[in-house]
Design a binder for this molecule. Sequence first.
Ligand code: NAD
Length: 284
Amino acid sequence: MEKIKLNNGVEMPLIGYGVYLVTPEECEKCVSDALAVGYRSIDTAQAYLNEEGVGKAWKKSGLKREDLFLTTKVWITNSGDKKAADSIDNSLKKLQTDYIDLLLIHQPFGDYYGTYRAMERALKDGKIRAIGVSNFYYDRFEDLADNMEIKPAVNQLEVNVFSQQKRMQEICSAYGTHLMAWGPLVHGENGIFTNPVLEGIGTKYGKTAAQVALRFLVQSGIIVIPKSVRIERMKENLEILDFTLSNEEMEKISKLDTGHGIAADFTDIEQLLGLYHILKSMKV
Ligand code: NAD
């Protein structure tokens, strides 16, 4: 599996498997399947309520811990120094591990500076190998990155062919922060699997539109974590390292960018406020 070097030297697989909206019951089976077909990086979160399933699956897999890369995220209700620190210990137990490879702040709400301080400490204590953020845009990202001792290794954002986050990639790269794409297949929406540009390019390489869309991201240096509960699609999403898009093809796909998020537009203040109120009311 091809790897990317994070800003603290830790190596992370370019392709991982995400388990958002995978039920706790389903999670163990899905992660077992994903590991069986070759994934070595799993993305979960406290808020997905399925960290235990990830822990059970990797334990049963027989893989050595060092051959696996585990990412989880601190949820808003665990924000603040003490609560975040406790939640890290809780995640470690659920994941059945002594260390988390990458820990992210899930959303920039609550006392996330306190959370980040707890994460810096946990990193120094050896409980975490790399720390970062998710859904941190523009000023919030820069403010945190400027003021904390350890620069975020990763910023996990909605990134896909229709929302390429070119400005965020520029901002993040100034801190050595890698983009990690959530929703790399637009949750299967926006006609991505029948998009004529992606399908047309795919025909040349014997690849699907999904594979071309994922290839475009990894070829742009972006980490991807596509999700599917179907084993044949898990395989399909992994098979993207055996072809290279030409400069002209990269340019063509680059033009599919709308310049804003598809799941949520973080440049639209009304959408941002709406999202904040939804997250605040969640009972996690
Ligand atoms: P995704 O873009 O990976 O799309 C997943 C959906 O696409 C699947 O449910 C399936 O219906 C379809 N699909 C997948 N592979 C396919 C294929 N080869 N052919 C046809 N259809 C296919 O969406 P996602 O699950 O939202 O994002 C991936 C991961 O990102 C999540 O599982 C989670 O780990 C992470 N995530 C993080 C955040 C965050 O706030 N940090 C938000 C959403 C998701």
